[in-house]
Design a protein around this ligand. Sequence first.
Ligand code: FAD
Length: 351
Amino acid sequence: MVKKIVVIGGGFAGSHISRKFDKDKDFQVTLVDNKDYFEFTPSIVKVLSAPEHLKKIQKYHKDYLKNSEIIIGDLTDIIPDNKEIEVKHESKTKKIKYDYLVICSGSTYSQPFKEKNLVLPVRGEHLLEFNKILEDSKNVLIVGGGLVGVEIAGEISQNYKDKEVTIVHSNEVLMERMSVKSQVYSKKVLEKRNVKILFKEKVVKNNKEIYITDKGTKIKSDICFICTGIIPNYEFMKKHLDKSLDKRDLIIVNENLQINDFKNIFSAGDINSIAEEKTAQNAEMQAKIVVKNIKRVEKNKELKKYVSTPKIMVISIGKYNGIMMYKNYTITGIIPAFVKWFVEKKEMMKF
Ligand SMILES: Cc1cc2nc3c(=O)[nH]c(=O)nc-3n(C[C@H](O)[C@H](O)[C@H](O)COP(=O)(O)OP(=O)(O)OC[C@H]3O[C@@H](n4cnc5c(N)ncnc54)[C@H](O)[C@@H]3O)c2cc1C
């Protein structure tokens, strides 16, 4: 009998799982996403100063899922005892049954980096508007000097030499979870391009275009990018699966990426509690295990364990400069920038 897999979220994890089962005659996929497209998030920083690049990093779900049902709506509740979910779809609530449920609802990041509940043309308009504001801005403020903050500072400082870019970072080094070499290198490159970095300060309030830090520093800014981290998309868990959330609101999964009490519910990507860097690569690696394990449940085979392994991290500092890290090795310069470009090409070819 054909088994029904409902996948929540069409980001890196969800689109991978949907694609893999789309061609499998033993399964029928329903993808529920609150936007109608996949977007290669790592290249959004580039799009902000080069909006023409956008069409290269987006794909409508309907263009790569030929045999699946696609529902553009918001998951609002999961009722595991009935093997059923509720989705808000065109202002109506729709109930959908499943044999397997895979939760890949990912995370929210500040606008313009990620957006929810919209269709592709509107997303394009929003990014064009941001680009226009950026073009017209003299002063740019970036709150947070982690990976995203460094990448956006790198992109803007390279493409707009006349803009005054400031990063406010609460830590004493940039990208504190990365290697020391990468911290030193990113600071050196950005400062050489006249990016001002305020360490150990936090933006606490703003009055129109004046932003004020906890140390009383006032920064004038025409555009502000908030790069302070991710927020999990978990609201639909509250009613029936509250106990499966950890204290950070991430979905607790076992080593097979299942929610413990429900062997037919899996979760992959940014939304689950696996202790590793929340990256697109890791989301895809987890998605691969979920695909294998659903097939293994069907065949009564022992399930595969997800083992987190060190991965190559690539950070761009503009088009021709970057940092690549693997375990204790760090490479800087043009090669990482090329690798970043290549990864985008390779990833988008899968669709
Ligand atoms: C600016 C930026 C740069 C990044 N750069 C890199 C990088 O260089 N390399 C790297 O590996 N990673 C990078 N990342 C991280 C990477 O983008 C994430 O780890 C990845 O997107 C996680 O994939 P995911 O499938 O778990 O979730 P997401 O990509 O967040 O996708 C989740 C999907 O679920 C949908 N959704 C959410 N809630 C619901 C709901 N209730 N109902 C229906 N649909 C829902 C969302 O709209 C979305 O489509 C970057 C992130 C950002 C923000």
